[in-house]
Design a protein around this ligand. Structure first.
Ligand code: ADP
Length: 475
């Protein structure tokens, strides 16, 4: 099975969110299952050049806007899989990965160049696996080129939707010179008076997947479909939900080099040291008996800060510490700053995108991890939390609902706490319920233990992707 995985971000090269964790881990897991997988992404300014450890592929011919470009791809095996990073200074040598008004042009070029690389390498994939709207262009282009290019005739496509809330909108007037001027591509991109790369990808791909079964169902409803539920319903026979895995080479408290002390399900003593270390890092009093509630997320509406900012006083009154790591919208950053300023001995914050150690230190040191998301395609931190004996408190949506089981004191089953309505009162009730059990160590140990023993490794997910690829090549 030859697979080319296209992505706009992947660990350890470039990351803004969970897509990077997934793209960085899946190719390696597929290779472990016997597939021949290659990963392709842009070479951004922030990619550590030391990772480019295998030379480069020169002079890859890319036809673009009536001209021929010759581009270079740098090679790396730092993700445990052959990885090719597209050098194109004009488009990718910028401080931020997304958020430029020519993003559609940048990722359309990336798609064109990635397919050109496959031809250059004479790597005829069985499946091109694209991820999120930046790869919608590749899905559309592949389908178009299959019509007249023998090289791609037998290549099938899978489009993974990690977040339907991001649709890659742009001015439909740009379609013709991006090479999508003719039907059916032109129509496939159009959405209202704009064009959407996500929509085109959903139509053009041979099959679709999302990152949890629950989210696969939710995006077919008007509440969660972000305006595309009708289209996703029309493709439901080709829409699978595969829950993301966890890369336990990276997220494992027994071996994690970033944390103050290692620990395991059998011996949690190191976790106490991690907790004290975390309190110190955030300048909070070193009181190991008070619970730490933590959050790590992009600061966007999706992640549930609208609920938390209704509860600053109530959360403080529980006596807990609150530690937040987040980057994003100013309104939420300002809220965190005000909250910290009002209670500097209880609320610890880090505003910005932190490098590798800090998220690990938070996972290891915290007692509870909060994810009150409005929607959550999969969510990774709740799974990381479980492995680190940090109990997740989540809203029952998307992958959070699939991966966290509510604690039942009657039989001692469950890995966390879940609330249903998107409502501050419901969140506060759940925090209080979790604190009730935190104060009863025999229950708390059980919840921690249950979570630490859950196996969310990539092997199971990679197997499901392989089965999906197998079905695709029969089409
Ligand atoms: P999403 O993909 O919607 O951002 P996920 O829970 O799937 O949410 O993945 C988020 C990933 O990004 C996790 O690995 C998390 O630790 C990381 N992350 C989020 N915000 C930050 C931040 N400010 N600094 C460092 N890592 C972050």
């Amino acid at each position: 099975m030859r697979v080319a995985i296209l992505t706009s971000e992947a660990m350890p090269f470039a990351k803004t969110g969970g897509l990077a964790d997934v793209s960085g881990a899946l190719p390696k897991a597929l290779i472990e299952q016997g597939a021949d997988a290659k990963l392709i992404l842009p070479l951004y300014e922030q990619v550590d050049r030391e990772l480019l450890n295998g030379g480069s592929v020169e002079n890859v011919r890319v036809e673009w806007r009536g001209q021929v470009h010759h581009v270079r791809f740098w090679y790396s095996d730092a993700a445990g899989a052959p990885t090719y990073l597209l050098e194109a200074h004009e488009f990718f040598s910028r401080p931020a990965i997304y958020g430029h008004n020519d993003d559609h042009i940048r990722f359309a070029f990336f798609s064109r160049a990635a397919l050109a690389l496959l031809k250059h390498l004479r790597f005829q994939p069985d499946v091109v696996h694209g991820n999120d709207w930046p790869c919608g262009f590749a899905m559309a282009e592949l389908r178009a080129r299959r019509r007249y290019e023998a090289f791609f005739q037998n290549t099938r496509s899978l489009f993974s939707l990690h977040n339907v809330g991001y649709q890659g909108f742009f001015d439909a007037g740009d379609l013709w010179w991006l090479g999508f001027g003719d039907p059916p591509e032109n129509d496939d991109f159009r959405l209202d008076r704009n064009a959407s790369a996500l929509k085109a990808g959903i139509i053009a791909a041979d099959a679709l997947s999302t990152v949890s079964p629950r989210y696969a169902y939710e995006i077919q409803t008007p509440e969660q479909g972000h305006g595309l539920d009708w289209l996703l319903r029309s493709r439901r026979d080709r829409l699978a939900g595969i829950t993301n895995g966890v890369d336990y080479d990276i997220w494992n408290p027994e071996t994690d080099p970033h944390i103050a002390a290692n620990f395991s399900a059998d011996d949690l003593s190191g976790k106490r040291e991690c907790k004290l270390d975390l309190l110190r890092r955030f300048g909070l009093p070193e009181d190991p008996n008070r619970p730490i509630i933590a959050m790590i997320s992009r600061l966007v509406g999706q992640k549930g800060y609208d609920l938390i900012r209704q509860l600053p006083q109530q959360i403080l009154e529980t006596g807990s510490f609150f530690i937040a790591l987040g980057a994003g919208a100013k309104e939420y950053e300002d809220f965190l700053q005000r909250w910290h300023d009002a209670a500097p001995r209880q609320v610890g914050i880090y505003k910005g995108f932190a490098g590798e150690p800090l998220p690990h230190q938070i996972e290891a040191g915290a007692d509870m991890f909060l994810m009150p998301s409005l929607y959550e395609p999969c969510g990774l931190n709740q799974m990381y939390s479980m492995r680190y004996g940090t109990v997740p408190i989540v809203r029952a949506t998307g992958g959070l609902d699939d991966t966290v089981q509510h604690f039942d004191p009657a039989d001692g089953t469950g890995t966390g706490f879940k609330f249903g309505p998107y409502d501050a009162g419901a969140l506060l009730d759940k925090i209080r319920e979790a604190l009730y059990f935190y104060a009863r160590p025999e229950h708390w140990r059980k919840i921690q233990h249950n979570g630490m023993l859950v196996d969310n490794s990539w092997a199971a997910a990679a197997k499901k992707y392989l089965e999906l690829y197998q079905e695709l090549i029969k089409l």
